[in-house]
Design a protein around this ligand. Structure first.
Ligand SMILES: [Zn+2]
Length: 486
């Protein structure tokens, strides 16, 4: 009897394993086939030279607007006008909210909704402390070793210059877009994005509805996932929401020689411990899952068995994802306790203790649901919770079946035949969040190859882009604009 049961069990397990392996072997790739090669030759050195000049203009934005050196932005506008004369002749240029730029290239078919290409003019500073660690000075725009070096070369003057180069190139060829194309370049993305917000508001006032928006946010990542050899062009289809909450606990104050059992700070500390001990629920059915559906067919065994059978291994994958900070952030709302304060003297009881928690909200959840969850896990009415300004809900999730998504991934592979593409959840916030009211399709992608080390260069030391990548980036935007009929 026992023998028979074991036999049947053995057969069932074998069948189960066969099903898993068959699924992993037969899982069909979701990559688009690209047949045509990119048809034009690009003068890559001239492109590199233009990016170098753009980097040398120090368009650093400052949280305190009055401290921003606006002359740099004026100079940047002059540089663009001088470098891209055909564009400035053909497109309508508007300066919005001080220094943000909106260009309009009228399409031949007014029945088609316009598309909007984004970047930002501003960069973060080169910190005095790190100046000596740069191989070439941070604002030199040095062209050396096959790279263009300097602040903004990856974030994100590379994109801005690529878009300008592409438009100039196509006008020179006599190309007329079918759809109207907007180019929208904010001047303060790094400090809040009021420029992008103002442009979006202006377009809304004009009743503009967009086919799609393309902003920074994803890139072609190398060595990002274990078991995947190809670089992955990650096209952001959503971004997490941003919410900082302030917790406040009132105390009685007084001398610390006769303290209560719990001071305001002690109560607050318990609240923070509760938040860290009770992370937000994991949700694998987010854009993370869509990403792995694209990537799984290109994974090596045995990993492919796991990712090709997510229906079965979801709990295991969730558990595995939770272990690393970067993958954990993909599958849940995160809460980081970042600031705190209480009494200003060691022998005085605090009359108030406060702390800041910065939350990044997973699409599908909201600021309200995030605050409700925090209230629940803190479980103490003595702890007041309020949202601070500059917070926003997560973006909607853009459609990966849309023609615009197909155009982007097709061209990414046309220009870089060695890459695979995948939809992606952007963990940070981009300027594109201001456009949610104008379109359902917002994508975030820069056609630049990056590895873990390059990610540190953004906002860090030795920011650089390879000359070859810069050329490919221009090609990407030429091909994308040529596809405006799609
Ligand atoms: Zn940026």
């Amino acid at each position: 009897m026992v023998k028979n049961v074991l036999k049947i069990l053995g057969i069932l397990i074998l069948i189960f394993i066969i099903i898993l392996v068959v699924k992993a072997v037969t899982i069909s790739p979701k990559q688009v086939e690209v047949r045509e090669a990119f048809p034009y030759k690009i003068d890559t050195m001239s492109v590199a030279q233009h990016l170098s000049e753009a980097i040398q203009i120090q368009t650093v934005s400052n949280q305190e607007t009055s401290k921003t050196d606006v002359k740099q932005f004026e100079q940047f506008h002059k540089f663009l006008a001088k470098t891209y004369p055909l564009l400035h002749k053909k497109l309508k240029k508007e300066v919005v909210a001080g220094y943000a730029l909106l260009y309009t290239w009228k399409g031949s078919d007014p029945s088609l909704k316009p598309m909007l290409l984004m970047a930002h003019q501003d960069v973060v500073p080169v910190e005095d402390l790190t100046k000596g660690e740069w191989k070439y000075p941070g604002f030199s725009g040095t062209i050396a070793d096959g790279y263009i070096w300097g602040r903004g070369s990856l974030d994100i003057k590379n994109q801005l210059i690529s878009i300008m180069e592409a438009v100039e190139f196509l006008i020179n060829k006599g190309f007329v877009p079918k759809r109207t194309i907007y180019l929208a370049f904010g001047h303060d993305e790094e400090v809040g994005g009021q420029g992008a917000k103002a442009i979006a508001k202006l377009l809304k006032q004009r009743d503009v509805q967009l086919e799609y928006v393309l902003d920074e946010g994803g890139a072609i990542m190398e060595g990002m996932l274990p078991g995947v050899e190809s670089p992955i062009a990650l096209v952001g289809i959503a971004e997490k929401g941003y919410l900082t909450v302030k917790l406040t606990v009132k105390g009685q104050g007084g001398h610390s020689s006769m303290p209560p059992h719990h001071t305001a700070l002690g109560i607050l500390a318990q609240a923070l411990v509760n938040v860290e001990k009770n992370p937000f629920p994991k949700n694998f059915d987010s854009p993370a899952r869509q990403m792995f559906e694209y990537v799984a067919p290109h994974m090596k065994f045995p990993l492919r068995i796991l990712f090709a059978n997510m229906w079965c291994f979801k709990p295991l994958l969730k558990w595995q994802f939770e272990k690393s900070e970067s993958t954990n952030a993909m599958i849940r709302t995160t809460a980081a306790v970042t600031m705190a304060g209480a009494s200003e003297k060691e022998n005085v009881l605090p009359t108030q203790a406060w702390a800041m928690i910065n939350c990044r909200i997973l699409p599908g959840e909201t600021m309200d649901s995030t605050i409700a969850y925090l209230k629940k896990v803190i479980g103490n009415d003595a702890v007041a919770i309020e949202a601070t300004p500059w917070s926003n809900d997560p973006s909607p999730v853009s459609d990966i079946q849309a023609g615009s998504f197909t155009s982007i991934v097709t061209i990414a592979r046309q220009i870089n035949p060695d890459v695979i593409t995948a939809p992606y959840l952007v963990l940070g916030a981009t300027d594109s969040r201001h456009y949610n009211a104008l379109t359902n399709q917002i994508y975030r992608f820069s056609p630049v190859k990056m590895n873990a080390e390059d990610l540190k260069r953004m906002h860090g030391i030795n920011e650089r882009i390879s000359i070859s990548d810069m050329g490919k980036s221009v090609k990407f935007f030429i091909a994308l604009i040529e596809k405006t009929h799609m």
